[in-house]
Design a protein around this ligand. Structure first.
Ligand code: SF4
Length: 394
């Protein structure tokens, strides 16, 4: 850690956006969010986790909703927690009208709007979402994610440019919402690589300094690496006046989930006090394990333990520049693992193993570590062969 003189943090002149009892933007304190990892339909467990997070200092708590049953559970949840609730909508955005009466914010993912009502334009779908949000006094979050950018937009950019389509997607949705007269929204641009999070948010904020930003590094993984990745992104952005809410996404067992909130508060306090790392470039020199923070969509609780086992088992490869992604579900797992050298996404009984975008097979939770090791060894061998100097002729 390196200390620098404390300076008052400047903040971008963002709009005020109210989320239940909390207001973000417009110079209000940076809010801390977290997300439940309990199954949403287990109302008792989810209500207990909402309270666990709220009491740890979460200003806003997110829950995932993918089905009508999840939506019904949210109505009951509202009666059992005082947390400001955000619902996370992915493919099934039409559930918005069932949950909006019970929550304070709706998060939609622009890259997942195309799955339903294919005959409608995304503009019409967003207009409907804005109308639902306005009717039920909800804010919106336009949540752009590196692993699920709108495929049409993705195709307009070179394959190696992952930031351009994310920023463009966010800008188009903001423009559209503004045109509709709905301004009670914030934006997030998340990636598992802190450098990309920094770059995407800087580019977006340069064009739309008025739009509040929710910051986070997705699939940051387990502590301590997950904390370090997020700290770096938050330091670089908040010190430049960018960011109105934050989440530290960590892969933690349910009983420790509130540590996300404590870590976020600590990072914010450190930045405000000038206790920052002097990081100019966060290029990961060696092995990079990314793991999703887990949420109610996790299909087998063994996922959290598996993520830890992967980290331990792969330590022997720590000096190799290889990215391994471990994801908890089929909603985001298949897409989010595409960019990793090796990816695991966990189903109820099997773990799918990928090399880049190619699926290698599905293995039981007992078999997967050995299979992963085989593939990791193969990759290391192949990379070493590629780097070895070619034999001189003659
Ligand atoms: S990958 Fe799936 S389980 Fe993991 S945080 Fe994302 S949605 Fe939740």
């Amino acid at each position: 850690m390196k200390s620098m003189p404390t300076v008052p943090l400047r903040r971008n002149p963002t709009r005020a956006v109210r989320i239940g009892t909390v207001t973000i933007g417009a110079g209000y304190p940076i809010a801390v969010q977290s997300m439940c990892a309990t199954p949403t339909q287990d109302v008792e467990a989810t209500a207990a986790q909402c309270e666990q997070l709220r009491q740890a200092g979460a200003d806003v708590v997110r829950v995932a909703v993918d089905s009508r049953r999840d939506a019904q559970a949210v109505a009951q949840l509202r009666q059992k927690t005082q947390a400001n609730l955000v619902v996370d909508l992915q493919e099934n955005f039409r559930l918005a009208e069932l949950v909006a009466p019970h929550v304070d914010k709706l998060r939609y993912n622009p890259g997942h709007l195309h799955h339903h009502q294919r005959h409608k334009s995304w503009q019409d779908k967003v207009a409907w979402l804005a109308e639902v949000a306005a009717r039920w006094d909800c804010a919106l979050r336009v949540g752009v994610n590196c692993g699920s950018v709108d495929p049409e937009l993705r195709a307009k950019f070179p394959p190696e440019d992952s930031i351009g389509p994310m920023v463009q997607s966010a800008l188009e949705h903001c423009e559209h919402l503004d045109r509709l007269g709905f301004t009670r929204y914030c934006v997030s641009l998340k990636d598992s690589d802190p450098q990309k999070v920094i770059e995407a948010n800087r580019r977006f904020a340069a064009q739309r300094p008025d739009v509040p930003l929710h910051l986070g590094v997705t699939e940051a993984g387990m502590p301590p690496e997950g904390v370090i990745k997020t700290r770096i992104a938050l330091e670089q952005l908040i010190s430049r006046g960018i960011g109105d809410t934050v989440r530290v996404s960590l892969t933690l067992p349910n009983a420790q989930k509130h540590e996300e909130v404590l870590v976020a508060r600590q990072i914010l306090a450190d930045i405000a006090a000038g206790r920052v790392r002097s990081v100019v470039d966060y290029g990961l020199p060696g092995l990079n394990i990314i793991a999703c923070p887990s949420c109610s969509r996790v299909e087998n609780e063994a996922f959290v333990q598996l993520a830890e086992q992967v980290r331990q088992m792969t330590q022997y490869a720590k000096d190799h520049k290889i990215t391994i992604a471990v994801m908890g579900c089929r909603v985001n797992g298949p897409g989010e693992t595409d960019d990793a050298d090796l990816g695991l996404w966990c189903g109820p009984k099997y773990v799918n193993l990928k090399r880049g975008p190619q699926l290698l097979g599905a293995y039981s939770y007992d078999e997967i570590l050995d299979r992963l090791k085989e593939e990791l060894d193969r990759l290391i061998e192949q990379r070493s062969a590629e780097q070895a100097p070619t034999a001189q002729e003659g």
